[in-house]
Write a protein that binds this ligand. Structure first.
Ligand code: HSE
Length: 424
């Protein structure tokens, strides 16, 4: 059993405890051990928290416990967190942290202090997206030519709402705070500092660069007004807070600022609290990562992944699990049971009753039509093409309906069917 202490039981800390409890089985299967949160450290003991582990405000006593294997640092802040993490590392214990401000200032000091202990920091950049693993492991064969990313969920949430709903800056910021996306001090978000901290972490992995936030260009979104949004829309741009790291000869360009981005670029489509990061390697080319960049559960998912990695002690079987993943063995779902939306293109003779007869076949097969279109190529043609999109229905019913449609005397060609895969 691996015992962990959670230093800071706010939005992310509570989600970490929840995941460790709810997903205990799958976590044990993946690392071969139970990972158990045994104590949480909080500043304010009087605050009500819905959490099933003992709490204390005595951090010293927790750091001095011999039975804790891994500490999760979610206290925030820089210098106090730094001295706490250093002390833990000096005892040879591992730390998992989501604290990007701490890493923006002390990542190299911590690397040195760690010696044989491990420091997991996946959650410090882009919330739930495993972008650090991608850069550190997946792309390690490459020189990184550029990093370009939307790295702050709060800013992206605000800018998206301003673009799409003409919402006011203040109102949306309040919403983002209520949803648990914003930092304790939201000027870190809107001033671009949080994104800069994350960019520096990525740039260290990519380039070994040792810059501090003060040394790079940082501009926030606080001066973006509705007039700027108006211009952007008129000229088919979106406004995004972007972090950029680019290698140019023997220099690395590092900057964070709001930018106008052409609407059709992939990164322009990263909306709401989502983050999107594009990493470009000299051999792999461009790779892109997308997902929730803030919020308790998404960030905690990355924290727990680091715990699992450390618990594996460098020994992870090829497929990443040590015992069967599910109690009841999973089986493959028969093709007939697949459920999705469908599109049909049916070429028919243009006669009375044709549409009604096809609709009857669909009805008999329990298929509901979501939209319909008819298109006739030539003006005087005696044939026409019918297009149907369906609501969700079963593959078996669709196959049955297609066979029936094929038998109808007025159907000219084989019906073309495509599956529609949309998130909603
Ligand atoms: N405040 C941060 C954001 C949280 O909005 O992206 C995740 O680091």
């Amino acid at each position: 059993m691996i015992k962990v202490a959670v230093l800071g039981v706010g939005t992310v800390g509570s989600s970490v405890v929840k995941i460790l409890e709810k997903n205990a089985d799958i976590i044990q299967a993946r690392c071969g051990k139970r990972i158990v949160p045994v104590i949480g450290v909080v500043r304010d003991m009087s605050k009500k928290r819905d959490i099933g582990i003992p709490l204390t405000d005595d951090i010293k006593s927790v750091i001095n416990r011999d039975d804790i294997d891994i500490y999760i640092e979610l206290m925030g802040g820089i210098e106090q967190a730094y001295s706490v993490v250093k002390e833990i590392l000096s005892k040879g214990k591992s730390v998992v942290t989501a604290n990007k401000a701490l890493l923006a200032y002390h990542r190299y000091d911590l690397q040195k202090a760690a010696q044989k202990a491990k420091i997991g920091f996946e959650a410090s950049v882009a919330g739930g997206i495993p972008v650090i693993k991608a850069l550190r492991e997946g792309l390690s064969a490459n020189h990184i030519t550029a990093i370009k990313g939307i790295l702050n969920g709060t800013c992206n949430y605000i800018l998206t709402k301003m673009m799409n709903e003409k919402a006011s800056f203040k109102d949306v910021l309040k919403e983002a705070q209520e949803l648990g996306y914003a930092e304790a001090d939201p000027t870190f978000d809107i001033g671009g500092f949080d994104a800069a901290h994350k960019l520096l972490i990525l740039a260290s992995i990519a380039y070994g660069i040792e810059a501090k936030p003060e040394e790079i260009l940082i501009e926030g979104i606080e001066n973006i007004g509705n007039e700027d949004i108006y211009f952007a829309k008129e000229f088919e741009y979106v406004i995004k807070l972007i972090g950029i790291a680019k290698k140019k000869g023997d220099k690395v360009e590092l900057r964070v600022h709001p930018s106008l981005i052409p609407q059709d670029e992939m990164i322009a489509k990263v909306n709401g609290v989502m983050n999107g990061v594009s990493l470009i390697g000299d051999f792999v080319g461009e790779t892109m990562y997308y997902g929730a960049g803030a919020g308790g559960d998404a960030t905690a998912s990355a924290v727990v992944a680091d715990l699992i990695d450390i618990a594996r002690e460098g020994q992870s079987p090829m497929l990443g699990f040590k015992s069967p993943l599910e109690k009841a063995k999973l089986v493959i779902m028969p093709k007939d049971e697949v459920e999705t939306k469908y599109y049909f293109r049916v070429k028919v003779k243009d006669e009375i009753g044709v549409l009604a007869k096809i609709a009857a076949v669909l009805e008999l097969s329990q298929i509901s039509i979501e939209s319909f279109l008819q298109k006739t190529e030539a003006k005087k043609s005696d044939t026409t093409t019918l297009f149907f999109a369906t609501h969700h229905c079963k593959e078996a019913n669709v196959q049955k309906a297609l066979k029936e449609i094929e038998k109808l005397p007025f159907v000219i060609d084989k019906t073309n069917m495509l599956r529609i895969e949309a998130n909603t």
